[in-house]
Design a binder for this molecule. Structure first.
Ligand code: SAH
Length: 266
């Protein structure tokens, strides 16, 4: 029997790896909790997840797909989706124009832009209560990681500040056409109840990025360009490396350094 990728040829530049194991597709769709109404699928491709999403009566499904070849295929095979299928780039999508209501995000994401997808989700976090997605296994592990680990990093802190992150399950490369070079994993983000961080959020993000970009240095050293050469009071975090700090610790650090931050550095 011809497979769907015989109709839509997978394109490397779009990060296309079509899932061909239906039980994995079902598991991903089942991982989305029952109380989501509006759901946006990123990159339906040939509709392996879409098929199961459309079976759920609780869901009002939208999808955005950048690939011109996939769109007619989806329109033909999923007529129920047609009026909710957007041809375009998720990263350019004006989400608050599209949805007035909260919406969940799901997808077997294009791995080459998964971090950018997450940054955009963070931007719209107050409208996105949940995300279920498949990404590169290493990235999934990193995002779900707790402080103290070598792989804990920028995305772990920024995402965990606003979402509870669960690593759901690992997926073998052979269930995709073509198989990616890396293993994959499904993850779930559930919005926590933090509305605002208890500090200047811009500075928080800046501190997280600056310190992890030089993760082998102490926090004191990597923050020097930010706080200038003024004498800075003692604080135990300054002698640590960033991977030791939890979200709450970074909030504390942000409040501690704020009075020292050179205005032009922001
Ligand atoms: N969901 C399908 C396809 C996954 S591959 C499956 O599981 O088989 C990733 C999909 O994301 C591809 O269809 C690709 O065309 C699409 N895509 C890549 N970049 C995108 C972007 N910026 N916006 C929307 N879709 C994108």
């Amino acid at each position: 029997m011809p497979y769907r990728s015989d109709y839509v040829r997978p394109k490397k530049s779009l990060g296309q790896h079509f899932l061909r194991d239906k039980s994995v597709a079902r598991r991903i769709v089942d991982s989305l909790s029952d109380n989501q109404k509006t759901v946006l699928e990123i990159g339906p491709g040939t509709g392996v997840l879409t098929e199961y999403l459309l079976e759920r009566p609780d869901i009002n499904l939208y999808a955005i797909e950048i690939d011109r070849d996939s769109v007619p295929y989806l329109q033909q095979h999923f007529p129920l989706l047609t009026s909710h299928l957007i041809e375009g780039d998720f990263l350019q999508l004006d989400l608050d124009k599209l949805f007035q209501e909260p919406f969940a995000v799901i997808g077997n994401f294009p791995y080459n832009i998964s971090s950018q997808i997450f940054f955009k989700v963070l931007e719209y976090r107050n409208q996105i209560p949940e995300l279920v997605g498949m990404i590169q296994k290493e990235v999934a592990e990193r995002i779900a990681e707790k402080p103290g680990s070598k792989t804990y990093g920028i995305l772990s802190v920024l995402i965990q500040a606003f979402y509870d992150v669960e690593y759901l399950f690992t997926v073998h490369e052979n269930v995709f056409v073509p198989p990616p070079k890396v293993k994959s994993a499904a993850i779930r983000f559930t919005r926590n109840d933090v509305q605002q961080l208890d500090c200047d959020e811009k500075l928080f993000t800046r501190a997280v990025k600056t310190t992890f970009n030089q993760r082998r240095k102490t926090i004191r050293n990597s923050l020097k360009p930010l706080v200038g050469n003024d004498a800075i009071a003692a604080h135990p975090f300054l002698d640590l490396r960033p991977e030791r700090l939890s979200v709450a610790d970074f909030v504390e650090l942000t409040n501690f350094v704020e009075p020292y931050v050179k205005k032009q550095a922001l």
